[in-house]
Design a protein around this ligand. Structure first.
Ligand SMILES: [Zn+2]
Length: 320
């Protein structure tokens, strides 16, 4: 006598009835890169089929997102001007602030999340204010709060800090609350690892550090208990959603977070995860659609309630 597990795999109908995890467009958040200038739609060479858009060309991509039934986007800005303190990041007429206003005009119902960090805006490419040879944690906090408030003022629906400074959720929450943005939620990049998978993004966002690396603020890939400490701090400080980044090599961290926190968990399937599939598909080594959907499914099965992915639009079309 033995169990016959194959009984429930006999045909498509029964397989679909017993399927435990199903992808829908509601699972996805699509990253969009915005640049200064006019009439720009330029493919990002490290991220095939993803583009830099100037604000006047955002209409076509926003229409595509809405048509795909993807409900949320996350915005990254590439400013014209960089300086030591990333002042374009909190300028009410900065690239992101202008982009938010435009998108809210084009599609008021589309959920606009903004990445809050300084690396795209600082001349040194680090995620905060530099003191000596390292980022000064506490000095950076006031800037992060200023950036978040200016995004909220421009109409952002949710703020997503990715800098990995200690105390940033507390500082941002306080900044938002003091400026009558009590209802704006924070999605925290809580467990953000110092990962080689970010490589292609740095070209996309022009945010590679000009000296040193990010190991003093991003997490060591060998650590999982530390991820829980980061997540706990963020929850105590007022985060509404916690995030694990990258996704594919950190499915165990996603599952840990899901099992231990009664809070939505987001996962960021990063540029390197996407670029590897694209490259392998181009070489004819894999079936891009099946691989991409299986990756996304595994991230959801691991416990992610939402997935930031460069495949958002393709996946939404594929699963229709
Ligand atoms: Zn950064």
């Amino acid at each position: 006598m033995f169990d016959r597990h194959r009984r429930l795999r006999k045909n498509q109908a029964i397989r679909s009835m017993v399927r435990e995890t199903i992808l829908t467009p509601d699972d996805f958040i699509y990253p969009i890169f915005v640049v200064e200038g006019e009439n720009i739609k330029k493919e990002i060479s490290s991220l095939p089929n993803n583009y830099h858009f100037s604000i006047d060309r955002l209409d076509e991509i926003i229409k595509e997102v809405v048509d795909c039934k993807v409900k949320g986007i996350i915005l990254f800005g590439i400013p014209e001007h960089k300086d030591e303190v990333g002042s374009d990041a909190y300028d009410d007429n900065g690239i992101i602030q202008k982009a938010i206003r435009k998108i809210k005009e084009l599609a008021p119902e589309l959920y606009v999340i903004t990445d809050v960090c300084m690396c795209e805006y600082t001349s040194h490419g680090h995620c905060g204010i530099i003191c000596g040879h390292d980022v000064d944690n506490d000095k950076t906090l006031e800037y992060l709060a200023k950036i978040a408030v200016s995004h909220a003022k421009a109409g952002a629906d949710m703020i997503a800090p990715s800098d990995m400074m200690d105390g940033r959720i507390d500082a941002i929450r306080e900044g938002l609350d003091e400026n009558e943005f009590k209802d704006i939620p924070i999605m925290s990049y809580s467990a953000k690892y110092c990962s080689a998978f970010y490589g292609p993004f740095r070209e996309a966002a022009d945010s590679a550090p000009q000296f040193g690396d990010r190991k003093t603020y991003q997490m060591d890939p060998g650590n999982i208990r530390e991820a829980m400490l980061e997540i706990q701090s963020d929850i105590e400080e007022g985060a509404d959603i916690i995030m694990v980044k990258p996704a594919l090599s950190y499915l165990d961290v996603i599952r840990w977070a899901k099992d231990r926190c009664d809070m939505p968990v987001a996962a960021y399937s990063v540029s390197g995860e996407y670029a590897m599939v694209k490259a392998a598909a181009k070489m004819g080594l894999i079936d891009e659609k099946r691989i991409a959907l299986e990756m996304l499914l595994s991230i959801k099965r691991a416990g992610a309630d939402m997935i930031i992915t460069y495949y958002a639009l393709d996946a939404a079309k594929w699963i229709k």
